[in-house]
Design a protein around this ligand. Structure first.
Ligand SMILES: Cc1ncc(COP(=O)(O)O)c(C=O)c1O
Length: 359
Protein backbone atom coordinates (compact mmCIF):
# COMPACT_ATOMS: atom_id res chain seq x y z
CA UNK A 1 0.00 0.00 0.00
CA UNK A 2 1.27 3.47 -0.86
CA UNK A 3 0.76 5.33 2.39
CA UNK A 4 -0.79 8.73 3.00
CA UNK A 5 1.72 9.50 5.76
CA UNK A 6 4.37 6.78 5.90
CA UNK A 7 4.61 6.79 9.68
CA UNK A 8 6.74 3.63 9.70
CA UNK A 9 9.34 5.12 7.35
CA UNK A 10 9.35 8.37 9.30
CA UNK A 11 9.87 6.46 12.55
CA UNK A 12 12.71 4.45 10.99
CA UNK A 13 14.42 7.72 10.05
CA UNK A 14 14.25 9.27 13.53
CA UNK A 15 14.37 6.10 15.64
CA UNK A 16 17.95 6.25 16.88
CA UNK A 17 17.82 9.87 17.92
CA UNK A 18 14.31 9.50 19.36
CA UNK A 19 15.26 6.50 21.53
CA UNK A 20 18.43 8.20 22.78
CA UNK A 21 16.43 11.21 23.90
CA UNK A 22 13.76 9.02 25.51
CA UNK A 23 16.46 7.23 27.49
CA UNK A 24 17.56 10.65 28.72
CA UNK A 25 13.95 11.59 29.62
CA UNK A 26 13.62 8.55 31.89
CA UNK A 27 17.05 9.07 33.41
CA UNK A 28 16.05 12.63 34.28
CA UNK A 29 12.84 11.17 35.80
CA UNK A 30 10.74 14.06 34.56
CA UNK A 31 8.02 13.22 32.06
CA UNK A 32 6.15 16.55 32.11
CA UNK A 33 7.53 20.08 31.72
CA UNK A 34 11.09 18.87 31.58
CA UNK A 35 14.15 19.68 29.50
CA UNK A 36 12.72 18.68 26.11
CA UNK A 37 9.48 20.62 26.54
CA UNK A 38 11.54 23.71 27.30
CA UNK A 39 13.81 23.19 24.31
CA UNK A 40 10.87 22.58 21.96
CA UNK A 41 9.11 25.72 23.22
CA UNK A 42 12.27 27.80 22.73
CA UNK A 43 12.60 26.36 19.25
CA UNK A 44 9.01 27.37 18.45
CA UNK A 45 9.73 30.90 19.71
CA UNK A 46 12.75 31.05 17.43
CA UNK A 47 10.94 29.64 14.38
CA UNK A 48 7.89 31.89 14.72
CA UNK A 49 9.51 34.98 16.22
CA UNK A 50 6.68 34.99 18.77
CA UNK A 51 7.27 36.14 22.34
CA UNK A 52 5.62 33.10 23.93
CA UNK A 53 5.26 29.49 22.84
CA UNK A 54 3.69 26.65 24.79
CA UNK A 55 3.53 22.99 23.90
CA UNK A 56 0.13 21.36 24.52
CA UNK A 57 -1.39 17.91 24.09
CA UNK A 58 -3.05 18.87 20.79
CA UNK A 59 -4.29 21.79 18.70
CA UNK A 60 -7.81 20.99 19.96
CA UNK A 61 -6.60 21.62 23.51
CA UNK A 62 -4.88 24.86 22.43
CA UNK A 63 -8.13 26.06 20.87
CA UNK A 64 -10.20 25.12 23.93
CA UNK A 65 -7.71 26.76 26.29
CA UNK A 66 -7.75 29.94 24.18
CA UNK A 67 -11.52 30.19 24.54
CA UNK A 68 -11.12 29.87 28.33
CA UNK A 69 -8.29 32.44 28.43
CA UNK A 70 -10.40 34.91 26.44
CA UNK A 71 -13.42 34.32 28.70
CA UNK A 72 -15.67 33.27 25.82
CA UNK A 73 -18.95 31.75 26.97
CA UNK A 74 -22.74 31.65 26.58
CA UNK A 75 -24.08 34.57 24.54
CA UNK A 76 -20.80 35.04 22.62
CA UNK A 77 -20.37 34.23 18.93
CA UNK A 78 -17.19 32.89 17.37
CA UNK A 79 -16.77 32.84 13.60
CA UNK A 80 -15.22 29.63 12.25
CA UNK A 81 -14.82 28.05 8.83
CA UNK A 82 -17.62 25.88 7.40
CA UNK A 83 -15.20 23.37 5.94
CA UNK A 84 -12.72 21.60 8.21
CA UNK A 85 -12.58 18.80 10.75
CA UNK A 86 -14.81 18.92 13.87
CA UNK A 87 -11.82 20.22 15.85
CA UNK A 88 -12.34 23.56 14.09
CA UNK A 89 -15.74 23.92 15.73
CA UNK A 90 -16.06 21.86 18.94
CA UNK A 91 -14.02 24.19 21.17
CA UNK A 92 -16.69 26.88 20.67
CA UNK A 93 -19.45 24.56 21.92
CA UNK A 94 -17.34 23.35 24.85
CA UNK A 95 -17.47 26.83 26.39
CA UNK A 96 -21.18 27.29 25.63
CA UNK A 97 -20.67 29.91 22.90
CA UNK A 98 -22.24 29.89 19.41
CA UNK A 99 -20.29 28.95 16.28
CA UNK A 100 -21.08 31.08 13.22
CA UNK A 101 -19.90 29.51 9.98
CA UNK A 102 -18.08 31.25 7.15
CA UNK A 103 -18.37 29.65 3.70
CA UNK A 104 -15.15 28.74 1.89
CA UNK A 105 -14.03 29.93 -1.53
CA UNK A 106 -13.20 27.73 -4.53
CA UNK A 107 -9.85 26.74 -2.94
CA UNK A 108 -11.53 25.42 0.23
CA UNK A 109 -10.24 28.32 2.34
CA UNK A 110 -12.41 30.58 4.48
CA UNK A 111 -13.86 33.28 2.18
CA UNK A 112 -12.81 36.44 4.03
CA UNK A 113 -15.00 38.63 1.80
CA UNK A 114 -18.06 37.14 3.56
CA UNK A 115 -16.88 37.77 7.11
CA UNK A 116 -18.24 41.26 7.73
CA UNK A 117 -21.79 40.10 7.00
CA UNK A 118 -21.48 37.50 9.77
CA UNK A 119 -20.44 39.94 12.50
CA UNK A 120 -23.07 40.88 15.10
CA UNK A 121 -22.85 42.72 18.43
CA UNK A 122 -22.19 39.29 20.01
CA UNK A 123 -19.16 38.39 17.90
CA UNK A 124 -15.96 38.17 19.97
CA UNK A 125 -13.49 36.16 17.90
CA UNK A 126 -12.70 35.25 14.30
CA UNK A 127 -10.80 31.98 13.99
CA UNK A 128 -8.90 32.24 10.70
CA UNK A 129 -8.29 28.76 9.30
CA UNK A 130 -6.03 27.98 6.36
CA UNK A 131 -6.91 24.75 4.60
CA UNK A 132 -4.80 22.12 2.81
CA UNK A 133 -1.57 24.05 3.44
CA UNK A 134 -2.64 27.49 2.21
CA UNK A 135 -2.54 30.49 4.48
CA UNK A 136 -5.83 32.26 5.24
CA UNK A 137 -6.49 35.75 3.83
CA UNK A 138 -4.44 37.46 6.52
CA UNK A 139 -4.65 41.08 5.38
CA UNK A 140 -8.45 41.12 5.14
CA UNK A 141 -9.04 39.18 8.36
CA UNK A 142 -6.60 41.29 10.36
CA UNK A 143 -8.24 44.52 9.09
CA UNK A 144 -11.75 43.24 9.92
CA UNK A 145 -10.67 42.20 13.43
CA UNK A 146 -9.09 45.61 14.07
CA UNK A 147 -12.12 47.48 12.73
CA UNK A 148 -14.61 45.50 14.85
CA UNK A 149 -12.31 45.07 17.88
CA UNK A 150 -12.39 41.28 17.65
CA UNK A 151 -9.78 38.80 18.76
CA UNK A 152 -7.94 37.41 15.74
CA UNK A 153 -7.16 33.74 16.29
CA UNK A 154 -5.17 31.77 13.76
CA UNK A 155 -5.85 28.03 13.59
CA UNK A 156 -2.63 27.22 11.77
CA UNK A 157 -2.89 23.43 12.24
CA UNK A 158 -2.62 23.05 8.47
CA UNK A 159 -1.16 26.37 7.38
CA UNK A 160 1.99 26.62 9.54
CA UNK A 161 4.91 28.06 7.57
CA UNK A 162 2.85 28.81 4.48
CA UNK A 163 3.06 32.40 3.27
CA UNK A 164 0.89 35.00 1.64
CA UNK A 165 2.45 38.17 0.16
CA UNK A 166 5.61 37.49 2.13
CA UNK A 167 3.81 37.08 5.50
CA UNK A 168 4.27 33.70 7.19
CA UNK A 169 1.27 32.08 8.89
CA UNK A 170 2.67 31.59 12.42
CA UNK A 171 3.47 35.32 12.64
CA UNK A 172 -0.19 36.30 12.29
CA UNK A 173 -3.05 36.41 14.79
CA UNK A 174 -3.33 37.44 18.45
CA UNK A 175 -3.20 33.73 19.30
CA UNK A 176 -1.93 30.96 17.01
CA UNK A 177 -3.05 27.38 17.66
CA UNK A 178 -1.21 24.60 15.89
CA UNK A 179 -1.18 20.87 15.60
CA UNK A 180 1.86 18.63 15.43
CA UNK A 181 -0.31 15.50 15.10
CA UNK A 182 1.15 12.65 13.06
CA UNK A 183 -0.63 13.81 9.90
CA UNK A 184 0.34 17.49 10.03
CA UNK A 185 3.00 19.49 8.11
CA UNK A 186 5.45 19.29 11.02
CA UNK A 187 4.38 15.99 12.55
CA UNK A 188 4.99 14.21 15.84
CA UNK A 189 4.45 10.44 15.93
CA UNK A 190 1.01 10.81 17.55
CA UNK A 191 -0.42 13.95 19.14
CA UNK A 192 1.07 17.31 20.09
CA UNK A 193 -0.08 20.92 19.91
CA UNK A 194 1.36 24.39 20.22
CA UNK A 195 0.01 27.78 21.17
CA UNK A 196 1.84 31.00 20.27
CA UNK A 197 1.18 34.59 21.28
CA UNK A 198 2.91 37.92 21.86
CA UNK A 199 0.39 38.74 24.58
CA UNK A 200 1.91 38.06 28.01
CA UNK A 201 -1.47 38.23 29.78
CA UNK A 202 -2.82 35.43 27.57
CA UNK A 203 0.37 33.45 28.08
CA UNK A 204 0.14 33.64 31.87
CA UNK A 205 -3.43 32.43 31.62
CA UNK A 206 -2.30 29.51 29.46
CA UNK A 207 0.37 28.64 32.04
CA UNK A 208 -2.41 28.10 34.58
CA UNK A 209 -5.16 26.81 32.33
CA UNK A 210 -3.20 23.94 30.83
CA UNK A 211 -2.61 22.39 34.24
CA UNK A 212 -6.02 22.47 35.97
CA UNK A 213 -5.50 26.02 37.16
CA UNK A 214 -2.14 25.34 38.83
CA UNK A 215 0.75 27.39 37.54
CA UNK A 216 3.12 25.19 35.57
CA UNK A 217 6.05 25.39 37.96
CA UNK A 218 4.12 25.79 41.19
CA UNK A 219 2.46 22.64 42.43
CA UNK A 220 2.37 24.08 45.96
CA UNK A 221 0.79 27.35 44.83
CA UNK A 222 -2.97 27.77 45.17
CA UNK A 223 -5.45 27.35 42.32
CA UNK A 224 -6.18 30.68 40.70
CA UNK A 225 -8.61 29.53 37.98
CA UNK A 226 -10.18 26.29 36.92
CA UNK A 227 -8.38 24.74 34.00
CA UNK A 228 -8.04 21.69 31.84
CA UNK A 229 -5.35 19.10 31.38
CA UNK A 230 -3.72 20.26 28.18
CA UNK A 231 -0.05 19.50 28.82
CA UNK A 232 2.23 17.83 26.31
CA UNK A 233 4.46 15.17 27.83
CA UNK A 234 8.21 14.91 27.31
CA UNK A 235 7.77 12.14 24.73
CA UNK A 236 5.67 14.45 22.55
CA UNK A 237 8.33 17.14 22.95
CA UNK A 238 11.04 14.70 21.85
CA UNK A 239 8.97 13.67 18.82
CA UNK A 240 8.41 17.33 17.99
CA UNK A 241 12.12 18.09 18.19
CA UNK A 242 13.03 15.17 15.90
CA UNK A 243 10.58 16.54 13.35
CA UNK A 244 11.62 20.19 13.66
CA UNK A 245 15.20 19.22 12.94
CA UNK A 246 14.23 17.52 9.66
CA UNK A 247 11.45 19.86 8.58
CA UNK A 248 13.37 21.70 5.83
CA UNK A 249 14.54 18.46 4.21
CA UNK A 250 11.07 16.92 4.36
CA UNK A 251 9.50 20.08 2.99
CA UNK A 252 11.84 20.26 0.01
CA UNK A 253 10.93 16.66 -0.94
CA UNK A 254 7.21 17.44 -0.55
CA UNK A 255 7.54 20.53 -2.74
CA UNK A 256 9.30 18.40 -5.34
CA UNK A 257 6.38 15.94 -5.34
CA UNK A 258 3.85 18.81 -5.39
CA UNK A 259 5.50 20.34 -8.46
CA UNK A 260 5.51 16.98 -10.21
CA UNK A 261 1.80 16.45 -9.43
CA UNK A 262 0.99 20.00 -10.64
CA UNK A 263 2.66 19.45 -13.99
CA UNK A 264 1.41 15.87 -14.52
CA UNK A 265 -2.21 16.56 -13.56
CA UNK A 266 -2.34 19.68 -15.68
CA UNK A 267 -0.91 17.71 -18.64
CA UNK A 268 -3.46 14.92 -18.09
CA UNK A 269 -6.39 17.31 -17.49
CA UNK A 270 -7.09 15.89 -14.01
CA UNK A 271 -8.55 18.68 -11.81
CA UNK A 272 -6.46 19.23 -8.72
CA UNK A 273 -7.36 21.86 -6.13
CA UNK A 274 -5.61 25.16 -6.93
CA UNK A 275 -3.12 25.99 -4.20
CA UNK A 276 -1.48 29.32 -3.51
CA UNK A 277 2.14 30.07 -4.46
CA UNK A 278 3.16 30.07 -0.78
CA UNK A 279 1.42 26.83 0.28
CA UNK A 280 3.22 24.39 2.54
CA UNK A 281 2.21 21.21 0.58
CA UNK A 282 0.09 19.89 3.47
CA UNK A 283 -2.58 18.18 1.33
CA UNK A 284 -3.05 17.52 -2.37
CA UNK A 285 -6.76 17.06 -3.14
CA UNK A 286 -8.07 15.89 -6.50
CA UNK A 287 -11.67 16.75 -7.41
CA UNK A 288 -13.59 13.60 -8.39
CA UNK A 289 -17.31 13.30 -9.15
CA UNK A 290 -17.72 11.07 -6.09
CA UNK A 291 -14.71 11.02 -3.81
CA UNK A 292 -15.82 8.03 -1.74
CA UNK A 293 -16.20 5.91 -4.84
CA UNK A 294 -12.78 7.12 -6.06
CA UNK A 295 -11.29 6.35 -2.65
CA UNK A 296 -12.53 2.75 -2.91
CA UNK A 297 -11.07 2.35 -6.42
CA UNK A 298 -7.69 3.80 -5.39
CA UNK A 299 -7.56 1.56 -2.35
CA UNK A 300 -8.03 -1.47 -4.59
CA UNK A 301 -5.06 -0.18 -6.61
CA UNK A 302 -2.93 -0.01 -3.44
CA UNK A 303 -3.16 3.72 -2.76
CA UNK A 304 -4.22 5.13 0.58
CA UNK A 305 -6.09 8.44 0.33
CA UNK A 306 -7.89 10.70 2.80
CA UNK A 307 -11.45 11.90 2.36
CA UNK A 308 -10.98 15.26 4.07
CA UNK A 309 -13.64 16.08 4.99
CA UNK A 310 -16.66 13.78 4.85
CA UNK A 311 -19.09 16.32 6.40
CA UNK A 312 -19.79 20.03 6.37
CA UNK A 313 -19.55 21.62 9.82
CA UNK A 314 -22.83 23.60 9.55
CA UNK A 315 -25.91 21.40 9.99
CA UNK A 316 -28.13 23.85 8.11
CA UNK A 317 -27.71 26.69 5.62
CA UNK A 318 -26.45 27.25 2.12
CA UNK A 319 -22.74 26.40 1.68
CA UNK A 320 -22.27 25.34 -1.96
CA UNK A 321 -18.45 25.41 -2.02
CA UNK A 322 -18.30 23.44 1.23
CA UNK A 323 -20.76 20.91 -0.22
CA UNK A 324 -18.63 20.59 -3.35
CA UNK A 325 -15.51 19.83 -1.27
CA UNK A 326 -17.40 17.39 0.95
CA UNK A 327 -18.53 15.47 -2.12
CA UNK A 328 -15.50 15.75 -4.40
CA UNK A 329 -12.14 16.46 -2.72
CA UNK A 330 -9.92 13.45 -2.08
CA UNK A 331 -6.37 13.95 -0.75
CA UNK A 332 -3.71 11.80 -2.38
CA UNK A 333 -0.37 10.90 -0.73
CA UNK A 334 2.17 13.73 -0.59
CA UNK A 335 4.75 12.89 2.05
CA UNK A 336 8.51 13.13 2.21
CA UNK A 337 9.04 9.37 2.34
CA UNK A 338 7.41 8.46 -0.97
CA UNK A 339 9.76 7.09 -3.59
CA UNK A 340 9.79 8.44 -7.16
CA UNK A 341 8.29 5.15 -8.37
CA UNK A 342 5.43 5.45 -5.88
CA UNK A 343 4.72 9.04 -6.90
CA UNK A 344 4.52 7.96 -10.55
CA UNK A 345 2.23 5.09 -9.59
CA UNK A 346 -0.07 7.52 -7.77
CA UNK A 347 -0.30 9.75 -10.86
CA UNK A 348 -1.14 6.81 -13.14
CA UNK A 349 -3.77 5.42 -10.77
CA UNK A 350 -5.41 8.82 -10.16
CA UNK A 351 -5.58 9.46 -13.91
CA UNK A 352 -7.19 6.07 -14.50
CA UNK A 353 -9.73 6.42 -11.70
CA UNK A 354 -10.53 10.02 -12.65
CA UNK A 355 -11.41 8.97 -16.24
CA UNK A 356 -14.31 6.93 -14.89
CA UNK A 357 -15.11 9.32 -12.04
CA UNK A 358 -14.82 12.77 -13.62
CA UNK A 359 -16.97 15.78 -12.82
C1 LIG B 1 -7.65 23.04 10.87
C2 LIG B 1 -7.47 22.13 12.04
N1 LIG B 1 -7.63 22.61 13.29
C3 LIG B 1 -7.46 21.84 14.37
C4 LIG B 1 -7.11 20.51 14.26
C5 LIG B 1 -6.96 19.67 15.50
O1 LIG B 1 -5.64 19.24 15.67
P1 LIG B 1 -5.29 18.16 16.81
O2 LIG B 1 -5.51 16.83 16.21
O3 LIG B 1 -3.85 18.41 17.15
O4 LIG B 1 -6.18 18.42 17.96
C6 LIG B 1 -6.93 19.96 13.00
C7 LIG B 1 -6.59 18.53 12.87
O5 LIG B 1 -6.91 17.83 11.97
C8 LIG B 1 -7.11 20.79 11.85
O6 LIG B 1 -6.94 20.29 10.62
Amino acid sequence: MIRAHNLARRYAEIKEEFLDMMQDVYEREKVYHGHYTQVAEMEWQRLSGRKHAMLTGSCSMSLHMSMLALGIGPGDEVIVTAYSCPASETFVHLVGATAVFCEVDETGNMDASLLENLITERTRVIVATGMYGDMHDHKTIEAICKKHKLVYMNDAAQSMFSTQDGVESTTTGDIVCMSMAENKPMPSLASCGVVLTNNTEYYYKFLHLHNHGKPRYGRRLPYTHFGIRAMADEEAAVQALCSMKRFDTWQSRRHEIGKYYDSEFSRLGVPARKHSAGWNTHKYPILFRDKFEAQGSLELMGIETEAQYPDALPKTGDFPNTDMYVKQALSIPINAHLTDAEVEQVVKAVDLVWKSNSI
